[in-house]
Design a binder for this molecule. Structure first.
Ligand SMILES: *Cc1c(COP(=O)(O)O)cnc(C)c1O
Length: 375
């Protein structure tokens, strides 16, 4: 099976991890610090605080900013559930804003959703394509809101050569196995805000500060969400390769872009010339006349060893959300979910692999197209 995304681990990554395993120190220490400095430098942020996952990084981000019980955040339904779950964990209500057909939150719809309880706008750079963060920041500024960007897909993405991670008040990255680079499991918050950074470090590690000798003081409620030294060593080794990884994904994505341009049965997502997408995913959007055969197309591609996936079921459609917040339907999010199919695009693929994916995809899609769905 050629997966839609996968990690790429090389001998030097393994050596970096083994080095740490042979050393005397395994838990958060100098390697973690080195990794944090490298990430902060890479994205152009002042502070980077790593976590054992992006999910705990999100919980940290929501915890350290002034959002409390019964407050609201405005966010996108087209994301992994963790984006809004971690707000709910703090008693905060996620208010879902509709999206555009590029998978990103529709900034023109945000203002209408703002209430006196709204505290933050939480965006997601879907598939690696940067959200319109400057427009979102302008709305946030006008209404005195915080901007949090879940950039789990977007380490390495940029707008006019300025990296994602240097725009929002806090930006979250994931180093889960299949994300742009990996530490196995892992995540980080980057920010320029010293107060947030200080509180994120406390939140990550029991809320304890060291005083003198054996004396420490627990000043706030914290967790153990620390990253290990061997995870950080892997992350550092991977970060050195990020340009190469993105280049491979970009080459494959451009090959698909050109080949699929103006296809009569599906479309692709355009990346503006002034932007770079980390190309975490390569989504195609099936035309409505193929929506009723999407399951067949999906299954047949899997049978043919092409690992496809759908990103994402609108979060509010999950039974937990329906029970807690009632039924909801956002028109473009629904359409996007019916249309979207992510096809293989990762740093372990060759251009021959991409050609094989494209040939198989085109054949399968054309085979089912004759059925036509009424809509
Ligand atoms: C993967 C992902 C997460 C969760 O990341 P973990 O590191 O697995 O906790 C959160 N948000 C988005 C958009 C993701 O893709």
């Amino acid at each position: 099976m050629l997966p839609y995304s996968t990690q790429f681990i090389e001998e030097d990554d393994i050596a970096a991890v083994v080095d740490i395993l042979r050393s005397s120190h395994l838990t958060q220490g100098l390697k973690v610090q080195e990794f944090e400095e490298a990430i902060a430098h890479y994205v152009g942020a002042k502070y980077c605080i790593t976590f054992n996952s992006a999910t705990s990084a999100l919980l940290g981000a929501y915890s350290v900013c002034p959002i409390g019980e019964d407050d609201e955040i405005i966010t996108t339904p087209i994301s992994f559930v963790a984006t809004s779950n971690m707000a709910i964990a703090l008693g905060v209500k996620p208010v879902f804003c509709d999206i555009k057909m590029d998978g990103n939150i529709d900034e023109t719809l945000i203002e209408a959703l703002i209430t006196p309880r709204t505290k933050a706008i939480v965006s997601v750079d879907f598939a690696g394509k940067p959200v319109t963060i400057n427009a979102i920041k302008a709305i946030a500024k006008k209404h005195n809101l915080i901007t949090i960007d879940d950039a789990s897909h977007a380490l390495g993405s940029d707008i006019n050569q300025q990296k994602i991670g240097s725009f929002a008040d806090m930006t979250i990255f994931s180093f889960h196995a299949i994300k742009p680079i990996t530490t196995g499991e892992g995540g980080a918050v980057v920010t320029d805000n010293e107060e947030y950074a200080k509180n994120l470090r406390l939140f990550r590690s029991h809320g304890i500060i060291k005083k003198q000798l054996w004396n420490s003081d627990m000043v706030s409620l914290g967790h153990n969400f620390r990253m290990t030294e061997f995870a950080a060593a892997l992350g550092l080794s991977q970060l050195h390769k990020i340009d190469r990884f993105i280049n491979v994904r970009e080459t494959i994505a451009r090959y698909y872009d050109e080949l699929f341009e103006n296809h009569k049965l599906f479309s692709t997502i355009h990346i503006d010339a002034r932007e770079q997408s980390a190309r975490h995913l390569y989504p195609i959007l099936l035309n409505p006349e193929l929506h009723c055969v999407k399951e067949e197309i999906f299954s047949e591609l899997q049978q043919k060893s092409i690992g496809v996936q759908v990103h994402y079921k609108p979060i509010y459609q999950n039974s937990f959300y329906q029970k807690r917040f009632g039924q909801q339907r956002l028109q473009t999010a629904e359409l996007f979910y019916k249309s979207e199919l992510s096809i293989p695009c990762h740093q372990k693929m060759s251009i021959e692999d991409a050609k094989h994916v494209a040939d198989t995809l085109l054949a399968v899609i054309e085979k089912y197209a004759y059925r036509g769905c009424s809509f």
